[in-house]
Design a protein around this ligand. Structure first.
Ligand code: 1HN
Length: 348
């Protein structure tokens, strides 16, 4: 079954030259690289980005580069498995930390990749998404689906930092990544749909025959306050089950974005979690609490606001080590893999 395949060197030089001249190449010397036996060989290397390391560099970017010169003032997390400067944390997931200073605005644009933000620190910033003004409080998850206009502003008094997650690497791979610019939006003078139409889980506005279908992305903001309360309540009744909630579209029940998925996890003090091996890669962001995560034998000790990555099929062991619960958001690409009929889990 596992015959050794021929190499390029075994082929006569004139034949190799003839192939290059007409723009073809033999598959067999490269077959095992693209189809390794038994499981994929990840390129992504797990890494922990300590907030205490990145934050001072980001604040310095605030002094060095005016927002007008940056459009988005971001330091992105570069996967060490892809070399310095790789604009991706895993194969499909881009993550960056963005700084907005009081009084600054970041101009409106829309683009083909989808984005979601997790607010890391500061108060008073907002994002306007397709005319809805979304306040940004610590831990909130805010969506900017592909094709939706978005600009950012900051009416507070201290720097605001948030994490951006985008399916940018996928769109770059598809040769489909581009943006369109526009002037700042004038937001509607009403609270966003998470505070009005989708105020309570399980309730959605009645659909009238004379009204349009619900929007594809009816709710763009998931306030952390409600997420944490839901996790704490679930933890009281989950027995030994992992306490993890999926961020979903409240109208369709599907993932909140087309390719990226987001879950909120809670680890009780001292609790360990050993998820199955998954065919999806992930970036974890610590909302609050302390702990350790061992990924393929390497242990990362994490503090609030840190982020760390896990390659596909990683063996992952989490442990909360503080005396309060730990809350993490897991960013992954399961929705994409399910859409292409691929997602796999393997028992450990
Ligand atoms: C983007 O549009 C934002 O709107 C942040 O805040 C990060 C990274 C790559 C491409 C577009 C934003 C981004 C981005």
């Amino acid at each position: 079954m596992s015959t050794k395949l021929g190499t390029l060197e075994e082929l006569p030089p004139d034949y190799r030259e003839a192939m290059s001249r007409v723009g073809v190449a033999p598959l067999w010397p490269q077959m095992r690289n693209v189809l390794p036996h038994g499981g994929p060989v990840p390129v992504t290397k797990s890494h922990l980005w300590a907030y205490s390391d990145v934050r001072p560099l980001l604040l310095r970017a605030g002094e060095l580069t005016p927002v007008e010169k940056a459009e988005r003032r971001v330091l992105f997390l570069a996967d060490p498995g892809r070399g310095n400067g790789a604009m991706q944390a895993t194969a499909t997931i881009y993550v960056g930390l963005q700084l907005l200073l009081p009084g600054e605005t970041a101009p409106a644009h829309k683009h083909t990749p989808s984005a979601a933000r997790i607010v890391v620190e500061g108060e008073g910033a907002y994002t306007v998404v397709d005319g809805d003004k979304l306040p940004m409080h610590a831990g909130d998850l805010i969506l900017t689906p592909g094709g939706c206009w978005h600009d950012h502003g900051h009416a507070g008094t201290k720097p605001v930092i948030w994490l951006d997650a985008l399916d940018l690497p996928l769109f770059v791979y598809l040769e489909g990544s581009y943006a369109v610019e526009a002037p700042l939006q004038s937001p509607r003078n009403r609270p966003d749909p998470s505070e009005v139409e989708y105020r309570a889980a399980g309730l959605a506005p009645v659909r009238r025959r004379d009204r349009a279908m619900p929007a594809s992305y009816p709710m763009m903001r998931f306030p952390w306050e409600r997420t944490e309360a839901a996790l704490r309540r679930l933890a009281e009744h989950a027995g030994s089950q992992a306490v993890e909630l999926d961020y979903i579209n409240p109208e369709s029940g599907q993932s909140c974005l087309p390719t990226m998925g987001f879950t909120a996890m809670m680890l009780r003090p001292g609790e360990t979690a050993r998820p199955p091996l998954r065919s999806t890669s992930a970036v974890f962001h610590v909302i609050s609490g302390r702990g350790t995560t061992t990924i393929n034998g390497t242990t990362h000790a994490w503090d609030p606001k840190d982020s760390f990555s896990a390659p596909v099929f990683a063996a992952i062991d989490h442990k909360a080590t503080g005396d309060t619960p730990a809350f993490l958001v897991r960013i992954h690409d399961t929705p994409l893999q399910e859409k292409i009929g691929y997602y796999e889990e393997r028992a450990r």
